[in-house]
Write a protein that binds this ligand. Structure first.
Ligand code: HEC
Length: 165
């Protein structure tokens, strides 16, 4: 009788213990949680997740491409301030990209930032439409040259780089 009671009690406490352990485990790894960063307790792993999510050079380039096409439209509209605005944002976006991919810095400096970036900016700021289009063409050459230098020539063969004035 006593042995039976002991067995029942220990079985029950065992079940309670397992139940608690299961509850703790599910609270820790909720596969449907939205906190993909906060849930990662290991700091290195968390930073790696963020680094992966923020990608490399392709993602800033997508933005650069969009802003470049907006510059084209801005010049069609004689909106020199908007063209200058996007040109500044392009510089910032490429610089942010170089933070992620420092190996691309050499060509970015050589082809765009040493000289051409400022020239193009001055051309837009001149508010002279034919000079501004010349600036646009200089910008285009820099884009195309850097793609060639960085061995992604295939990027150049797309309608974005065939926009006419
Ligand atoms: C450092 C040199 C460099 C400069 C300057 C540069 N690019 Fe790029 N661009 C790249 C590289 C490298 C890639 C490919 C990125 C990759 O493979 O992750 C790329 C890719 C692209 C893409 C394809 C992005 C995609 O994934 O869809 C576009 C669009 C683009 N660039 C536009 C431009 C424009 C417009 C300019 C000029 C205003 C420009 N780039 C200037 C290096 C450059």
């Amino acid at each position: 009788m006593k042995a039976k009671l002991i067995l029942t009690v220990s079985l029950l406490s065992g079940m309670i213990f397992l139940g608690q352990a299961w509850a703790q485990e599910t609270a820790k790894v909720n596969p449907f949680s939205n906190h993909w960063l906060l849930d990662e307790k290991d700091e290195d792993k968390r930073t790696r997740k963020l680094e992966k999510y923020l990608r490399g050079f392709d993602q800033p380039m997508l933005e650069v491409g969009q802003r470049y096409s907006s510059i084209h439209q801005a010049l069609k509209d004689n909106n020199f301030e908007l063209a200058s605005y996007h040109w500044k944002k392009i510089r910032q976006t490429i610089k942010n990209g170089l933070m992620k991919r420092p190996a691309r810095k050499k060509n970015a400096e050589l082809i765009l930032f040493n000289n051409t970036w400022q020239q193009v900016f001055n051309d837009f700021q001149s508010h002279d439409i034919s000079r501004a289009w010349q600036g646009f063409d200089k910008a285009t050459s820099a884009c195309l040259s850097c793609h060639a230098a960085e061995k992604v020539n295939f990027v150049n063969n797309q309608p974005l780089f065939r926009l006419n004035h």
